[in-house]
Design a protein around this ligand. Structure first.
Ligand SMILES: C[S@@+](CC[C@H](N)C(=O)[O-])C[C@H]1O[C@@H](n2cnc3c(N)ncnc32)[C@H](O)[C@@H]1O
Length: 187
């Protein structure tokens, strides 16, 4: 067991630092609802979570997880692509989590796609309040290939340094392309 944290664990650490009770957060890829539950518990009854997925079974799986863990009644589940996030959310958000790729145990064809992923990150950047954070957990290799990773990283490198800090975390000597975490913080 390594003392170094993987992309998912690190994303949770960063989110816990900036997201507080009463804030608004977004799970841009709710899947089986692990991150939605995590966000819901942090923001509590006085906060709000918006959770997106394009698959009905992901939305239902998230609904079931929130129920099972008796989550606060603070989450809006949205069956739509995250690239349309700004049509569903008004007001500023403190944190947005993206966990790209496909639903574990689900249809690998219904994975996130480079173009819509970048459009969604752009939308999230507009909705983010000052000091707020976006986490991108980016997978590559296998079925996923490398084009989404490469497209997202190229986009992230082009983000205006006067407006945002962008930090990438990556294991650089491990096999099987471990996920990369990119954090975008609004100044
Ligand atoms: C790796 S899974 C997310 C896992 C999830 N965070 C969890 O805790 O279980 C990626 C999810 O992104 C969803 N997805 C694919 N394209 C999407 C899009 N354009 N907008 C929103 N979700 C999308 C997939 O349906 C899949 O459920």
């Amino acid at each position: 067991m390594s003392a170094l944290k993987n992309a998912l664990l690190l994303s949770h650490e960063y989110i816990k630092k900036v997201l507080k009770e009463g804030n608004t957060a977004v799970d841009a890829t709710c899947g089986n609802g692990h991150d939605t539950l995590f966000l819901s518990e942090i923001v509590g009854r006085s906060g709000r979570v918006f959770a997106f997925d394009i698959q009905e079974n992901a939305i239902e799986s998230t609904r079931a997880r929130l129920f099972e863990y008796n989550a606060p009644d603070n989450t809006t589940l949205i069956l739509d692509g995250h690239e349309h996030m700004n049509q569903h959310i008004t007001g500023m958000v403190r944190a947005v989590m993206f966990n790209f790729g496909y639903l574990p145990g689900g249809d690998h064809q219904k994975a996130t796609q480079t173009e819509t992923s970048i459009a969604a990150v752009r939308s999230a950047m507009h909705l983010l309040s000052s000091g707020g954070i976006i986490t991108l957990c980016i997978y590559s290799g296998g079925d996923t290939g490398f084009s989404e990773r490469d497209g997202l990283l190229a986009f992230c490198k082009s983000i205006d340094p006067n407006e945002f800090f962008v930090l990438s975390h990556e294991f650089i000597n491990q096999e099987n392309n471990p996920p990369i975490l990119v954090c975008i913080e609004k100044k």
